[in-house]
Every structure is written in structure tokens, then in C-alpha cells.
Design a binder for this molecule. Structure first.
Ligand SMILES: O=C(O)[C@H](O)[C@@H](O)[C@H](O)[C@H](O)COP(=O)(O)O
Length: 269
């Protein structure tokens, strides 16, 4: 929920609950992110019998490439994976702008996840229809026990979200200053005026993101340094929060995977 009170709590809470990993080389980040995800896969598949993984688009897909290589290609129990998108562009699945296509080409086509456990949007529907359809799909998977529910928030609790952040501090398709950041009832909603093209998208809402068990925020490059500084510096105000600052887990672990250029504007790094 993104009320002013919640925003203040988010600002205060974001300091203590987030771990920040800074890597010298992009290669090291990719190795560490693969290890992190593989370890969570083993732990959560053993605990729950399923592992629910939420992907963003963008550079994240390149950063998870090591999961599709030895040793993880053979050691991960891919049959337990269920894959979702934190946001998706409302375009055909074979369109260059599709986050599904990006993930399929860069990752999913290289690992043996059962195709029925990869939940793409229905690309025959409008943005509004696709968001409703995706939420219905999630509700069914909660009923089946594939997706857990958060006892504390009443929203679904995904095992891990592997997310990128835009230079403006957006995550998913939740953009700075856009009213969608305040959505506090729906699980999945839609946007038709995204400032980042293409304009029509569906997106998870903050209550769902913030109910996750684990979030990896994967942010590299000098272009993100301003937003990283705002999100992680000690001086923080409760007003004008960037979307990335509103990602505060109710009961989960939040880890930043960054490189030196991304944290270059932080003091005490
Ligand atoms: O659909 C999208 O546009 C993406 O899901 C988007 O939210 C992305 O994750 C960030 O913009 C970061 O992208 P980069 O890592 O490529 O900067």
C-alpha cells in the first residue's frame, strides 16, 4: 500500500532490511546471482515442492545467463520452477518488445522448465483484459498451492523476484509519479501511458512485490547511479519516493546486486 504513512515506513524500513552487494566485474555479479538463485531454488523447492520465480525484462535476463550453464544447468531441479513476469509489454509473444521473448531467447530456451510452468500473458487480450487474466491465473495457482500466500499481507508470496531498475528508479512498470504506484487492491494491473515504450503494459502491484520472500534488485551501470544514490544514501526524505524505494518487503530478504559504476554516487561505499 502506498499511502503517505506507508511511504514513510518504507523510507525508514529500507535502510535496515536491504543487503547491498557490489561487484568489480559484471561477470562476478552474474556468477553470484546464479549461485543465489540456485540456492533459493534448492531451499524453497525442498520446503514447498515448487519454486516460483518472477522475472523482469531489460538487462536482468543477460545477468541470469549463468544459471543456464554448468554446474547449475544440471544441478538445479528445473521441474520445480514456475516462471512469471513482474511486468510485460502488451505485444504479441514473438514481438521484439516482448519480455517473454527476451526471456525465452536469453534463458528459458536453454533450461528444461516444463512449458506449462512458464506463465506468459494472453497476448490476444487488451491491456486490461491481460491484467485480469493474469491475476485469475495467479489466483488459480494459489488455490493449487503452487504460489504461497502471505499470512501477514493477504497477497501472494512469490519465492523470488529477480528485478531490474530503470535509470528513473522505476521497477516493474511502476513509474515515478504515476498513480499506479498507489494501487493497493489488485495483484496485477495495467498501464496504457508508460513513459518507457511501448506504452501498454501489465504489471504486478506493490503489495505483491512487497509480499515476496526474496527480491534481488539487479542494477548495473553509471546510468543508474542517481537512482541508486537516492535509494541507498543515508539522507532520505519520506516524500517523493522513487518506486524502487517503495519496494520494502513485509517479511523477506532484499538484496541489491550492483557494480561499481552503479554505486559511484554513494558515499561510504
Ligand atoms: O518491461 C520493462 O521495460 C522492464 O521489465 C523494465 O521494468 C526493466 O526491468 C527496467 O527498465 C530495467 O531495465 P534495464 O535493466 O534494461 O535498464
Amino acid at each position: 500500500m502506498a499511502t503517505d504513512g506507508a511511504a514513510a515506513a518504507a523510507a525508514a524500513g529500507s535502510k535496515k532490511k536491504k543487503e547491498v552487494l557490489i561487484f568489480d566485474a559484471e561477470e562476478d555479479l552474474a556468477v553470484s546471482l546464479a549461485k543465489y538463485t540456485a540456492e533459493l531454488s534448492a531451499k524453497l523447492a525442498a520446503e514447498r515442492g515448487a519454486f516460483t520465480v518472477v522475472l523482469s525484462g531489460g538487462s536482468l535476463i543477460k545477468n541470469i545467463r549463468k544459471l543456464a550453464e554448468p554446474p547449475y544447468l544440471d544441478s538445479v531441479d528445473w521441474s520445480k520452477w514456475h516462471v512469471f513476469w513482474v511486468d510485460e509489454r502488451v505485444v504479441p509473444k514473438d514481438h521484439e518488445d516482448s519480455n517473454y521473448k527476451l526471456a525465452l531467447d536469453g534463458f528459458l530456451s536453454k533450461v528444461p522448465i516444463p512449458t506449462g510452468q512458464v506463465y506468459a500473458i494472453n497476448d490476444a487480450l487488451s491491456a486490461e483484459g491481460a491484467a485480469d487474466d493474469y491475476e485469475t491465473c495467479l489466483k488459480q495457482l494459489v488455490k493449487n498451492g503452487v504460489i504461497a500466500m502471505s499470512q501477514s499481507t493477504g497477497f501472494p508470496r512469490f519465492d523470488v523476484m529477480l528485478l531490474g531498475m530503470g535509470p528513473d528508479g522505476h521497477i516493474a512498470s511502476l513509474f515515478p509519479g504515476h498513480p499506479l504506484v498507489n494501487e493497493n487492491k489488485k495483484w496485477v494491473t495495467y498501464i496504457k501511458d508508460s513513459p518507457k515504450p511501448p506504452p501498454e503494459r501489465i504489471t504486478f502491484t506493490f503489495p505483491v512485490i512487497n509480499s515476496s520472500a526474496y527480491v534481488a534488485m539487479v542494477v548495473t551501470g553509471a546510468g543508474k547511479a542517481g537512482a541508486v544514490q537516492k535509494a541507498l544514501s543515508d539522507k532520505q526524505t519520506s516524500s517523493d519516493l522513487l518506486p524502487v524505494e517503495m519496494a520494502v518487503l513485509q517479511d523477506g530478504e532484499f538484496t541489491w546486486f550492483t557494480d561499481k559504476p552503479a554505486v559511484s554516487m554513494l558515499q561510504n561505499k
